[in-house]
Design a protein around this ligand. Sequence first.
Ligand SMILES: [Zn+2]
Length: 458
Amino acid sequence: MKKNIIAVNATIMIGLGSILAAPSAFAESISDLEQKKASIQEKRSGVEADISTTSEKINNLQNKQLTAEEQIAAIDAKIAESAKKIDAKNAEITQTKEEIEVLKAEIIVLQERIAKRNDVLKERALSFQESGGDLNYVEVLFGSSSFSDLIDRVGAVAAIAEADREILKQHELDKKELEEKQKAVETKLASLEVAKAQLLQIQNQQKQQKEQKAALVKKLKKQTKKEEENKMGLEEEKANLAAQETAIKSAIDLEKNRLAELEAARKKAAAEAKKRAEQEAAAQAAQAAQAKKQAPSHSNSSSNSSSSSSSSSQAPASVSAAPAVSSGTFTRPSAGYVSSQMGERWNKQHAGIDIAASGTVPVVAAADGVVSRSYTSSSYGNVIFVTHNISGQTWTTVYAHLSSRQASTGAVVAKGQQIGIMGNTGHSYGQHLHFELHKGTWNYSKSNAVNPLSYIPN
Ligand SMILES: [Zn+2]
């Protein structure tokens, strides 16, 4: 879709130059211009359709993003719920562990009581024997293999109180009960640990789901950004088409009443060029006089030529002259050296050339034409677009990064007329003029760009 539009765009011609050059062909040019205007309008509605399609795409992507974000919020709620459950399990586990500790402590106390009671019984058995009892009883008691065996054996000793035996038996029963309780609580602890592990697993799955959704949101955002950039490019193209439409209207008006304006502009440009030439001549003369003063003797032919060539490069930086207007189709738009060629640069297509110079450097129109746009762009900075029509061919020149613009949209400019001052505005690093030449109209993909160095004097 976009490519088609660009192809159509390239066929649009403004017809201004031919009108200016051949006033007798006005009537023919009018219908030509009206046709071109209609064609640009048609093309503009195509771009508008593209913009609405892109807007729809953006809406769609944003809806998907919203849905994914809602899903993430739901997953977050589930994760929080899992976390709560895990906290509850942890509390239960802590409590159960405390219970186990308490039971262990109780068991130790009972074991101590049983041991003490046992000692008491043994002592009684001893004193019973010393007071004249049967020696066999003592042997019986000390030969016992366990507490319960002892109790049974003690039972056989008539002198041991029945109450003591009962206490000992109760201790044994209590101890058994505590040990069983401990076992039960430990079983409960094991099952709690299993439940907790399951909850952690669920929570991990939820976190994974969340990560997947987050990745989706990221992807959608990236797509949205791309579409938004695409839309911005289309908006730029639309604005440019509108500007070209205005330029055509301006060209139609010119047919009736702006020839005088152009003549005045030409005179002004010539006067400016003359003034600049005079200034430069004066500066060179002053410099030559100074050079003579500083080195009055030992001058030969080679040193003379080198001093004259260096004098131009050593001219005061604050007063730069525009290059002389050349006789070719296009003249050089500013003084300076070509600091960057057209072609691939930093993995991007450089659609023009950069001309660099220091000081206050005038920028001039490369050919007669109408300013189709004069505005400030985020990338081009202060920029002027001029539409030319030369022998039936539309051309567009672009002058970017200007420090100031001296021609506004719709202005008629003559070849060599100053339209601004070289600068460093927009996406620029260091003062230079970014100059583009398009055979046809300018478009976002810059498919009509040609190498300016093939057209202007080098
Ligand atoms: Zn550039």
